[in-house]
Design a binder for this molecule. Structure first.
Ligand code: LFR
Length: 479
């Protein structure tokens, strides 16, 4: 439905290492984007545990929304706002919405004993996988909540609701508590065959079922923004609350299902869209997560450690890039180096949350008698080539299990701007990699709002309109 009147929307997109607020303007069936606010994010440690600064994030969200309003043309208003964040993390609140437990960050080591227990009990793990479609991963909300209840039994009296981070910010914005489906699907507590919670999983992890409401589908209008006068009248839309679900929605995929998706940021999320989940022992061994799309369908994916490796290494080199020009130089230097003799095993749990990423990488290289890179360019090359191989391995596993053949890999997110990573992925996987140099999550967030406001019919219609307007770069495999 082309409309002459522009529609202005705000996407709040929070990642574990940075957040942003993007103002989207929809006019004559075209979406233009303006980043109005960007800020770093990091968890903080105290007493051996890792926590998010939730009040700080809320301040940044409000600052970003004010910046979005300030960037509007004179007399224009913000029609709607949506929030997406990384998965699994949550707040426990009472009926009044007050926090009753500190908000842990998913890399906190507190889930390690539970992870080991689950991993060691094959029958239990198979049962949980059959029920939820989610493998045992250290960050699962299931393991986090299990640990919370075990370490602080009184919490079952204090808390009345569990809201995942997008749910909580939606509540702060609109006053309505709701659990949204895509973020619920990251928890290992949702029933893989329905759109409701899995009683078997909740019971297994001893998580109170009354903490959750039946998840709403993306596109649900939650109410108008309260308490921020500049946004009076702005609708809060429950977009796909999981950033990866948003990023996948933004992919200008060919309708035939022959594109593999890669959302590349702190994590590399490699997967595809499907009407059915991918289950069974082979899928469990390949650690396939059957997370959900906003409309309730599936996005089987595997989580490769991603640019967390590079972000970690950067902290240890004073020569790290500080500008776009520095980045270009670093990538060019890394490209000129000879291919590393051996690649990192990117599945090594030592990379999850090391004190020093360099020490963790060096230790693995030493153990495998591989040369240690001499400088930052060397590490950058090693990491990008290793991630490229990780992406290719995920593609091979998916093809084997789904019977599909993927002809291209579409890449969005921070890593889509990294030439070395895109080329390494093409070389290792043997198919072209198409990069859209796009903040995919923010775009998917905006797309869901456009559908909720009935400016666009559905995600497929959005992709058909938006895809052709994008600049794309194709990386052809060199071997
Ligand atoms: C990416 C992401 C991944 C999820 C990880 C932890 O930002 O949402 O999809 O597995 O963060 O929640």
């Amino acid at each position: 439905m082309p409309s002459a009147q522009p529609l202005h929307l705000a996407a709040i997109d929070l990642g574990a290492t940075s957040g942003r607020v993007i103002l989207g303007t929809w006019k004559n069936s075209r979406l233009s984007l303006q980043e109005v606010h960007r800020f770093p994010n990091a968890f903080q440690s105290i007493g051996g545990h890792d926590y998010w600064n939730i009040a700080g994030l809320w301040n940044e969200i409000q600052a970003g929304l004010r910046a979005a309003v300030a960037a509007l043309p004179k007399g224009a208003t913000l029609a709607s706002v949506g929030v997406d964040t990384w998965g699994v993390d949550h707040v426990l609140v009472n009926d009044a919405g007050r926090l009753v437990f500190p908000v842990h960050a998913y890399r906190d080591a507190r889930t390690q004993p539970g992870l080991k227990r689950l991993g060691d009990t094959r029958a239990a793990l198979e049962r949980i996988y059959a029920a939820t479609g989610i493998p045992a991963v250290f960050y699962n909300a299931s393991l986090q909540l299990e640990e919370t209840v075990a370490s602080c039994p009184a919490i079952t009296d204090l808390a009345t609701r569990c809201l995942f981070l997008p749910d909580y910010f939606n509540f702060l914005l609109s006053g309505r508590m709701a659990n949204e489906l895509t973020i619920a699907s990251t928890t290992q507590l949702l029933d893989v065959h329905s759109t409701d919670w899995s009683r078997a999983a909740l019971d297994h992890f001893r998580v109170p079922a009354q903490w959750f409401a039946k998840p709403v589908l993306a596109g649900t209008k939650l109410g108008k923004v309260r308490d921020i006068p500049a946004l009076a009248g702005t609708q809060v839309v429950a977009v796909p609350g999981h950033d990866t679900a948003c990023a996948y929605d933004a992919m200008p995929a060919s309708p035939g299902g022959t594109d593999l998706f890669l959302s590349s940021g702190t994590w590399s999320l490699v997967g595809f869209e499907s009407d059915q989940p991918v289950l069974g022992p082979e899928a469990l061994s390949a650690r396939i997560s059957n997370e959900r799309i906003g409309d309730g369908r599936y996005r089987p994916l595997t989580n490769v450690i991603g640019l967390w490796l590079l972000e970690g290494i950067m902290k240890e080199f004073a020569s790290r890039p500080k500008s776009d020009a520095d980045w270009t130089r670093l990538i060019a230097d890394a490209e000129k180096l000879p291919a590393p003799a051996g690649l990192l095993d990117v599945t090594d749990p030592a990379f999850t949350n090391p004190k020093s990423m360099k020490a963790a990488i060096d230790a693995q290289l030493k153990k495998r008698r591989l040369a240690i890179p001499r400088n930052l360019a060397g590490y950058t090359r090693l990491i990008c080539d290793s991630l490229g191989q990780g992406h290719a391995d995920a593609k091979a596993a998916f093809e084997k299990m789904s019977g599909r053949t993927f002809k291209r890999i579409l890449i969005v997110g921070g890593g889509s701007k990294n030439r070395l990573l895109c080329q390494a992925t093409a070389d290792a996987s043997g198919v072209p990699v198409v990069s859209f140099a796009l903040e995919g999550a923010a775009v998917g967030n905006l797309a869901s709002q456009l559908v909720a406001l009935k400016a666009v019919k559905n995600t497929a219609a959005f992709r058909a309109l938006f895809g052709p307007t994008l600049k794309q770069t194709t990386y052809t495999p060199r071997r």
